[in-house]
Design a protein around this ligand. Structure first.
Ligand SMILES: C[S@@+](CC[C@H](N)C(=O)[O-])C[C@H]1O[C@@H](n2cnc3c(N)ncnc32)[C@H](O)[C@@H]1O
Length: 264
């Protein structure tokens, strides 16, 4: 079982308290703490470009983690964002960061599973980043996302696949021992998304870009909070190193997809 960390919000709050009150904390600043996917804020920006969000648009971030992607969308676009996540401790941490970073008027987080979520409003767009690896029935997962979107809804995904069926060494960021990992190939993931009710606009292999980002990040000495993601996760350093290795040696692939909701 993965995602069992508990006092994440407390650790985050302590880190934020150590930053001078009044110092603006930007999404660039927290990118290595709250972006729980390969590629950091740059990966979110790639999804934002396709989503082309306008004032009044609403976005749902499915599996929002510590809320980094949702806050980046709010910072870079005029949209409002609702993040949902199944892990209560992550939702608490997302709320703590959002309040401290000044996004609470346009970003909210709820503890929910997309498979059980009531449709309280049709969203204009959905994003999901590094979540479907934990989902066995992928067509049902994407159908549940389609169900909360307006008829003209857009979907942007940033997802990990097995390149050719090989499994990576565990632990990985989304699974400690592989028992809750359901990796599939890029072709099978694209098929699952279209079966769930979407038409493909773009389907791009971003692994080379991610590997370049990882190499540059290691050399980067930009200011950041004292806490970074591997320190928040159980066995975090091993998980992050294993992931980077599996992307470099070709076991894993990161895919970016842009989709529109299919006509009924
Ligand atoms: C690897 S993290 C990615 C978090 C975030 N998307 C990001 O990129 O920063 C995967 C997240 O998916 C969430 N998750 C897994 N299964 C879920 C489900 N059925 N419904 C909602 N969230 C889920 C986990 O709690 C975790 O926060």
């Amino acid at each position: 079982m993965t995602y069992t960390e508990r006092n994440v919000a407390g650790q985050v709050a302590t880190t934020l308290d150590a930053i001078d009150a009044g110092t603006p904390v930007t999404t660039e600043h927290t990118g290595l703490l709250d972006q729980y996917h390969a590629g950091g804020v740059g990966a979110v920006d790639k999804l934002i470009t396709w989503l082309a969000l306008s004032p009044g648009d609403t976005v749902i971030d499915v599996g929002s983690g510590f809320g980094g992607p949702a806050r980046r969308i709010a910072e870079q676009t005029p949209a409002t964002v609702v993040g949902i996540d199944i892990t209560p401790a992550y939702v608490d941490a997302a709320k703590t960061l959002t309040t401290r970073m000044g996004f609470a008027d346009r970003v909210e987080f709820r503890h929910a599973d997309i498979m059980d979520m009531p449709v309280d409003q049709p969203y204009d767009a959905a994003v999901t980043m590094h979540v479907q690896m934990n989902v066995e029935d992928k067509p049902a997962w994407f159908a549940a996302i389609a169900a909360v979107l307006a008829p003209t809804g857009r979907l942007a995904v940033w997802e990990v696949c097995t390149t050719d069926g090989r499994q990576p060494p565990w632990p990985m960021p989304w699974s400690l021992d592989g028992s809750d990992s359901f990796l599939c190939t890029p072709a099978d993931l694209k098929q699952a998304i279209t079966s769930g009710g979407f038409d493909v606009v773009e389907w791009e292999d971003e692994t080379a870009w991610v590997n370049a980002w990882s190499a540059a990040t290691l050399d980067d000495d930009a200011p950041r909070p004292g806490l970074i993601l591997p320190m928040l996760l159980d066995d975090g350093l091993t998980r992050v190193v294993n992931f980077a290795d599996a992307l470099r040696d070709g076991t894993l692939t990161v895919m970016r997809g842009a989709f529109t909701k299919a006509a009924p």
